[in-house]
Ligand binder design. Structure first.
Ligand SMILES: Cc1ncc(COP(=O)(O)O)c(C=O)c1O
Length: 499
């Protein structure tokens, strides 16, 4: 090998081609991607999958199955789909079924309506990039009904590939500048890690504001102000993200709090992003979902003519839980018309969100009406799912609070509980020795000993010196009871072992 070849690490292969080192290596790849973390599908889940394989191969474990309570994937956890939704989607996918008299007339009408709006009458065709027009109109009507008649312009609706896609798209538009003028984005801690991951990928500056665990994970404007002032030293804060109801914290924001946040955003000239994917998941007495859009308009033109807002919803959560269809929408308010052109261009590049997801979204925003044959079963199924979730939310909080060393706030909404765990100093020291974050060490041990898969609090962010885990309330009641009993047993033995 010549010196030049050696210098450039060029080798001659057997068939005579010059063989270079790989073009794409961890050293040459996009460094922003390397900074991305997503704990919800992190090392604990990878180990859980491995353990499942080991169990199948007959490896002896102190448990027979791994129970995954780590991810907000409703159907994977046994939640049943709404029959009406699946019937319409079945007909849309296989229109020959329109001739089958097993399907009610309203199901057939809805399927025909969707198919007529599709290119060539097939949901296999691309749609308009912003989404099928009549579905955007149905979304706008849904928002108007939800918000007590406050108008919604269908031109401000963008159908998306789940809410994730809308959130990342908006962040892409918002992130700019270099050095101290780089865009800063305020996100809650604990947060849903899509936000930190997207900010890392876009090389935006993450500005943490802490939710108040002592006050049921509520949001205090003085904390927003503190975080904003500190961040102004090193970036240009331009965006405030809110998740309501909260993931992983399960709180539901009061109307007053939303008003305070909007006022803060107006005063500080921040773009508001309201993640409202859990808008139907509200369980606690006295709690109610208020959309940012509604509160903004109720505050009058001083705010509603000015504050820029993007809000997001999805088919993945609530009583639908249809995560795999990747349906969703965002509504933009007060977006600069020139930016709107850019947004429309940006979404065009990716052609369109899945048309099956758009069809499902249409059914969510326009479910069967009282005089239609599917109304009864729709209401029954929806109420059943939401009642079960409410029951499990209460049960989870009650059982976990019985365990010495575990405390948790009420699960007012969403689908998660984020309890605080006391870890003995010896356990913290052993975790550190192993190079693990203490709550990761705890969750990994829980998985190995009991077969329960949770996500460590560190994956969502938490105040220094505090430890948590996130558990979903999605497993069926009997399974959830087993999960909670095992956590209880584990926490007690873990505490004894390290005391
Ligand atoms: C707060 C929040 N926002 C957005 C999403 C993304 O949902 P999807 O992209 O499936 O609509 C999730 C999913 O768990 C979530 O919890």
């Amino acid at each position: 090998m010549s010196k030049v070849q050696e210098h450039f690490k060029i080798r001659m292969t057997e068939n005579g081609f010059l063989h270079h080192e790989k073009v794409l290596t961890v050293d040459t790849m996009n460094p922003n991607v390397k900074r991305v973390e997503y704990a919800v599908r992190g090392p604990i889940v990878q180990r859980a999958v491995q353990i499942e394989k080991e169990l199948k191969e007959g490896v002896e474990k102190p448990f027979k199955e791994v129970i995954k309570a780590n991810i907000g994937d409703c159907h994977a956890m046994g939640q049943k789909p709404i029959t009406f939704f699946r019937q319409v989607l079945a007909l849309c996918s296989y229109p020959e079924l329109l001739e089958d008299n097993k399907f009610p007339e309203d199901v057939k009408n809805r399927a025909r309506c969707i198919l007529q709006a599709c290119g060539g009458g097939s949901i296999g065709a691309y749609s308009a990039s912003q989404g099928i027009e009549f579905i955007r109109h149905d979304v706008a009507h849904y928002i108007e009904r939800r918000d007590g008649g406050i108008p919604c312009n269908p031109d401000n609706i963008y159908l998306t590939t789940g809410a994730s896609d809308g959130i990342v798209t908006m962040l892409k538009l918002l992130v700019s500048g270099e050095g101290t003028s780089r865009t800063g984005v305020m996100i809650s801690i604990p947060q849903y890690p899509l936000y930190s991951a997207a900010l890392a990928e876009l090389a935006a500056v993450q500005i943490n504001y802490y939710l108040d665990e002592e006050k049921c994970w509520s949001l205090d404007v003085s904390e927003l102000r503190r975080a904003l002032q500190a961040a102004r030293q090193h970036c240009k804060p331009r965006v405030l993200c809110i998740i309501n109801p909260g993931n992983p914290t399960g709180q539901v924001q009061s109307r007053q709090c939303i008003e305070d946040v909007i006022q803060f955003a107006a005063e500080e000239n921040l773009f508001l992003m309201a993640d409202e994917v859990y808008q139907d998941n509200v369980y606690a007495e006295g709690c109610q979902f208020h959309s940012f859009k509604k509160v903004l308009f109720e505050m009058g033109p001083k705010y509603s003519d000015r504050v820029e807002l993007a809000s997001f919803h999805s088919t993945s959560k609530c009583y639908m839980g249809e995560c795999g269809f990747r349906g969703g929408y965002m509504e933009v308010v007060n977006l600069d018309p020139d930016v709107k052109v850019q947004l429309t261009k940006l979404v065009s590049v990716r052609l369109c969100p899945p048309v099956s997801g758009q069809a499902l979204l249409d059914l969510v925003v326009k479910p069967p009406q009282k005089d239609e044959p599917s109304y009864g079963s729709f209401i029954k199924e929806r109420s059943h799912t939401l009642e079960m979730l409410a029951e499990k939310a209460k049960m989870t909080q009650e059982i976990l609070n019985e365990v010495p060393g575990i405390t948790c706030n009420p699960v007012q909404g969403a689908m998660y509980c984020f309890p605080r765990i006391q870890l003995p100093p010896k356990a913290i020291a052993e975790a550190k020795e192993k190079g693990q974050v203490p709550d990761m060490f705890y969750c990994m041990k829980l998985l190995e000993e009991k077969g329960i898969c949770l996500v460590p609090g560190s994956g969502f962010g938490q105040r220094d010196g505090t430890f948590h885990f996130r558990i979903t309330i999605l497993p069926p009641t009997e399974k959830l009871k087993i999960v909670l009993a095992k956590i209880k047993e584990f926490h007690q033995s873990f505490t004894e072992q390290y005391s």
